[in-house]
Design a protein around this ligand. Structure first.
Ligand SMILES: [Cu+2]
Length: 490
């Protein structure tokens, strides 16, 4: 890629972002105007400022002005808040939760524990089969990591050295790819291309230094069609080492949601990996609404939601109610503030992540869901067969009832009420499952969750529905109101 020397892609480099910005182009070639000698001397200056990393941001007043990986670094470089040679030196202490980052929240999920051995963060993933519940009433044998799908979130800090063991307890070979991570080729995890497949029973070791920050993923890269359809995926979060230095805001609540899609025929024991079109189970973090765990935040919290999508075939436009959010990063890196679009829906194509941030300033219960209406529907919405809407069913019902007295046509006025009728369903299936809300039945499922914005988060306010203040709830219009406003409903 040819990068303009001083103003990559039209982004103006602030006059003071000299040394490291330029130096950061050094490891790749000659597209910066700096000589090798200049580079060495400036690197020394940078290393001199190294002690500042790991100290509170306010204490750091100058030195290594790293490009923020957004505004001023050429696009082919890793998004980083510390100079590349500092990362390469491998001298940064392992990032610690609380000190270096505020841990993410994983609704319905978990983060992967680690131990530190000689300065290296050691993780252990176990690829295995287990029984997974998508929502009450629907279980299937899935494949994933450490007993869950998606696998536990790997959470680390830019500059960390990580060593990740993968033990294969599946009946076939596997491998794991680090989606979006800038790793050595031999660590990239594509079976056959970058490494040998990991046979059943074997444990492989991946080890590299995290030289970027952002929202990434991991997933099987061997027999992907089968292994990913059965659930072999997870998220990989790398916190910036020095966010304030790079103008990045710390979030009060930092959520991680990975969407996926499945074909589970009613009564089937396993998801069908051969399905290409007609998926019937749609999930956030492996759960279909109403099994998705609500995301609870306090009014005026600065909220980050990291959306990943590893569906086999679908892209998901994820929509937020009651707020507008900004797209601040993708799995390619952070977006310069000037380029951050305000949105209320963001398309998350499969194989990507989208990181959204907003101030939760609007108290209430707000849906966050895929806007493809078939993706907020559970199984039977897709196996329902005949379209009965508008059909005058009485004559048909009368005819059928002569042999099947219980028979009644369904769905002639729409399907919204079918969910709560509690119709008999095939074993191990969730035909039209929704749930009781405060104001009636919520007839949705799939990729939907609830953002609860509370004045004060307590166990009680988190567990209950939002109570609308007087005058702020839609209710039936009175005759007097209709007359007053000249609304004729006859
Ligand atoms: Cu969708």
């Amino acid at each position: 890629m040819s990068t303009p020397k001083s103003e990559p892609r039209g982004v103006r480099i602030p006059p003071d972002s000299d040394a490291v910005t330029r130096q950061s182009g050094s490891d790749s070639t000659s597209d910066t105007p700096m000589t090798r000698r200049e580079l060495v001397s400036q690197s020394a200056a940078v290393v001199g400022g190294l002690a500042l990393f790991g100290t509170p941001a306010g204490a750091a007043t100058h030195s290594a002005r790293t490009s923020i990986g957004t505004a001023s670094s050429p696009l082919h470089l890793a998004p980083t808040t510390v100079p590349p040679d500092v990362l390469a030196a491998g001298t940064l202490a392992p990032g610690a939760p609380g000190r270096d980052y505020r841990p993410v929240v994983v609704p319905n999920g978990a983060t992967l524990p680690f131990r530190i051995v000689d300065g290296v963060k050691v993780f252990h993933l176990i690829a295995e089969e287990f029984e997974h519940e998508f929502a009450p009433g629907l279980k299937a044998l899935c494949w994933g990591y450490n007993g869950r799908t998606p696998g536990p979130v790997i959470e680390a800090v830019e500059g960390d050295r990580v060593r990740i063991y993968l033990t294969n307890k599946l009946p076939e070979a596997t491998s794991v790819h680090w989606h979006g991570l800038l790793v050595p080729s031999g660590m990239d995890g594509v079976a056959g291309l970058s490494q040998a497949p990991i046979p059943p029973g074997e444990t492989f070791k991946y080890e590299y230094t995290l030289r970027q920050h952002g929202t990434y993923m991991y997933h099987s890269h061997r027999d992907e069609m089968v292994q990913m359809a059965l659930g072999m995926m997870g998220m990989f979060i790398i916190h910036p080492r020095a966010p304030e230095r790079a103008g990045l805001r710390r979030a009060d609540r930092d959520f991680v949601l990975l969407s996926s899609e499945w074909k589970v025929l009613p009564g089937a024991r396993r998801p069908d990996p051969v399905e290409m079109l007609e998926f019937n189970v749609f999930t956030f973090n492996g759960k279909s609404f109403p099994a998705t765990e609500a995301m609870v935040v306090e009014k005026n919290d600065y909220v980050r939601i990291r959306l990943g999508n590893l569906s086999a075939m679908s892209h998901h436009p994820i929509h937020i109610h009651g707020h507008a959010w900004r797209l601040v990063a993708t799995d390619g890196g952070p977006i310069h503030p000037a380029g951050q679009w305000p949105e209320v829906s963001v398309l998350v194509p499969t194989g990507t992540t989208r990181t959204m941030e907003f101030v939760a300033d609007n108290p209430g219960d707000w849906a966050i869901h895929c806007h493809m209406s078939h993706h907020t529907m559970n199984q039977m919405g897709h196996n329902g067969g005949v379209n009965m809407i508008g059909v005058k069913a009485a004559p048909l019902d009368a005819a059928v009832q002569s042999t099947l007295p219980e028979y009644m046509s369904m769905g002639t006025t729409g399907m919204g009420d079918m969910a709560e009728m509690g119709m008999a369903v095939p074993r191990n299936s969730i035909p039209m499952l929704g749930t009781d809300g405060q104001h009636g039945y919520i007839d949705m499922g799939g990729i939907l969750t609830v953002l609860k914005v509370r004045e004060r988060v307590t166990a009680e306010s988190a567990a209950s529905w939002y109570e609308s203040p007087p005058g702020t709830l839609a209710i039936a219009a009175t005759a007097a109101e209709l007359a007053r406003d000249g609304v004729n409903v006859s």
